[in-house]
Design a protein around this ligand. Structure first.
Ligand code: G3P
Length: 217
């Protein structure tokens, strides 16, 4: 499963990319507002730090303006993916942009029938929002399973990008459910490394090694 970071903080993304484990980035208007700074300058910095797909979202709601925004965003860097909302106009823009060679990530997906339409619009990525469904008493992971089954039934190539991830359990369950990618907040990414038994085991190994009085270098 590819690991994307859900953030528009270019400085933090640069540090996380140094792990060698970051396959891409997703941003949205709220994350851009939170990070502050000039949108295009930020996108340029992120695309330089992370060579994989970097999603940048249009804010227009009509087809023609979405196309213009999408094409402009794609001019920032070759690894930009145009993020469009799951609306009638958004899917129409997705189909046109994909036909022009501009990869799209269809965002704000909350049902498997929406995901079916996104695949028919030739989206490169579909972003089902797990956490927001769970927050509303619905089954976010069930949605991933439904989309996986539908895409596999018809051999759709659209990649399932599990989004709105709230914790390590979401990452695990999305991987088990067959999501192609997960976009993860920085704090959850750092938590993926952690296990109390890893820390305890390392402490014991180092204590025992110290008692030998030897050194490797
Ligand atoms: O970037 C889209 C998605 O991951 C947003 O997550 O936490 O705002 O529901 P969240």
């Amino acid at each position: 499963m590819q690991i994307f970071i859900d953030s528009a903080d270019a400085k933090e993304l640069k540090t996380l990319a140094e792990t060698g484990l970051v396959d891409g980035v997703t941003t949205n208007p709220s994350l851009v507002a939170k990070a502050g700074g000039d949108f295009f300058d930020t996108l340029h910095q992120i695309c330089t730090a992370v060579p994989g797909p970097v999603s940048a979202e249009v804010v227009a709601q009509d087809y023609e303006t979405m196309l213009a925004e999408g094409r402009k965003l794609r001019g920032v860097a070759a690894n930009i993916v145009v993020k469009v909302p799951l609306t009638q106009e958004g899917l129409r823009a997705c189909k046109t942009l994909e036909a022009e060679g501009h990869p799209c990530n269809v965002t704000l997906c909350f049902s498997s029938t929406q995901a079916l339409l996104a695949a028919k619009a030739n989206a490169t990525f579909i972003s089902p929002f797990l956490g927001r469904l769970d927050d509303n008493g619905q089954d976010g992971m069930g949605l991933i399973r439904e989309i996986r089954a539908i895409y596999d039934n018809y051999d759709f190539q659209t990649q399932i990008l599990a989004a709105s991830i709230r914790g390590v359990g979401h990452v695990r369950d999305a991987a088990i459910a067959g999501a192609d990618c997960a976009t993860i907040p920085p704090a959850v990414f750092k938590a993926l490394y952690k296990h109390i038994l890893t820390d305890a085991g390392l402490e014991a190994f180092l204590k025992d090694w110290k008692a030998t009085g030897q050194s490797i270098l």
